[in-house]
Ligand binder design. Structure first.
Ligand code: ADE
Length: 242
C-alpha cells in the first residue's frame, strides 16, 4: 500500500520508523512518504494560514498550498488516491473503517492545523477523488497529525503479513462488535491474585464460553451502545446480554 501524508510538521511522523509500522515500511508492505505543506508555498514567510471569513477566533489554512499539494500528489491523469482529512467534524474512526482503508491501494492524508482547511480544498478534491473527513473522537486536538498516527497504526496492523498470528485479529476488541475479555499470563498467582481457574483448566470449550461471557458483561458495563448495536443473529442461545 502507498500512503502520502501532507503536514506542516513532518517531524511528527518520526515514530512511524519504529515497531511494527517501521517494519512494514522497511519490508515494503507500506510505502509511506511524508511531505511538508510549505513546499507548496511561494512567499518569503511560507504562509499557510489566514483569518477566517465571517470572523471568529483562530486561523484557517489557505487553499493555494493545499491545492498545489493535491495537484502534485494526486494528478488528474493518474488513478486517484482516497483522501483522508482528520477533523473533529468528521465521521467516527472505527475498526470497520480501518479495515476499509487497509484494502485501499493508495491513501493521501491531509493534516489540518488551526481551525482547519478552507472548505473549497475538500470540495474541489471531491470532484477528483473520494474524500473522507474522519474524527478520532469527541474532543479537539491541535491538528490532524496525531490522528494520522492513530489511523495508520490501526490500519497497518490489518495489512496482510504485518501481524505474525492472524488469529489475534479475530479475538481482539471490536473484532465482533464486543470488547475483548481480560487476558492473563504467568505466573498463575501474583500478589495473592489468581488467574481464573477456568483458563488453566485446558478445557477449550469452557474457556471459549468464559471469554464470551466476560466479553458480553464487559461490553454491557462499559459500552452499552455497542451491545445495543450488536446483530442479534451473531448471538448464540447461551449469550446473556441483559
Ligand atoms: N483534529 C482535531 N481534532 C481532531 C479529532 N478529534 N479527530 C481527528 N482529527 C482532529
Amino acid at each position: 500500500m502507498r500512503v502520502d501524508i501532507v503536514s506542516i510538521f513532518p517531524e511528527y511522523f518520526a515514530p512511524l520508523d519504529l515497531s511494527l509500522v517501521g517494519r512494514a515500511r522497511a519490508n515494503g508492505t507500506l510505502r509511506l512518504v511524508v511531505h511538508d505543506l510549505r513546499t507548496w508555498t511561494h512567499d518569503v514567510h511560507r504562509t499557510v494560514d489566514d483569518t477566517p471569513y465571517g470572523g471568529g477566533p483562530g486561523m484557517v489554512m489557505r487553499p493555494e498550498p493545499w491545492g498545489a499539494a493535491l495537484d502534485a500528489l494526486a494528478p488528474p491523469e493518474a488513478p486517484p488516491p482516497r483522501l483522508l482529512v482528520p477533523s473533529p467534524a468528521g465521521v467516527p474512526f472505527t475498526q470497520a473503517l480501518a479495515h476499509e482503508l487497509a484494502a485501499e491501494p493508495r491513501l493521501l492524508f491531509a493534516c489540518g492545523r488551526y481551525e482547519g482547511i478552507d472548505q473549497r480544498v475538500l470540495d474541489h478534491a471531491a470532484t477528483r477523488m473520494p474524500v473522507t473527513e474522519v474524527s478520532l473522537g469527541d474532543y479537539v486536538l491541535f491538528g490532524g497529525e496525531v490522528a494520522v498516527l492513530v489511523i495508520l497504526e490501526a490500519m497497518t496492523r490489518l495489512l496482510p503479513g504485518v501481524l505474525g498470528n492472524a488469529g489475534s485479529l479475530d479475538d481482539e476488541s471490536h473484532a465482533h462488535g464486543l470488547l475483548e475479555a481480560p487476558m492473563y499470563t504467568k505466573p498463575a498467582t501474583w500478589r495473592d491474585l489468581e488467574v481464573p481457574a477456568v483458563l488453566r483448566s485446558g478445557d477449550h470449550g469452557r474457556i471459549a464460553r468464559w471469554r464470551r461471557d466476560e466479553a458480553l458483561a464487559r461490553t454491557g458495563r462499559r459500552r452499552p451502545d455497542m451491545l445495543a448495536a450488536i446483530d442479534p443473529g451473531s448471538l448464540d442461545k447461551r449469550d446473556v446480554t441483559a
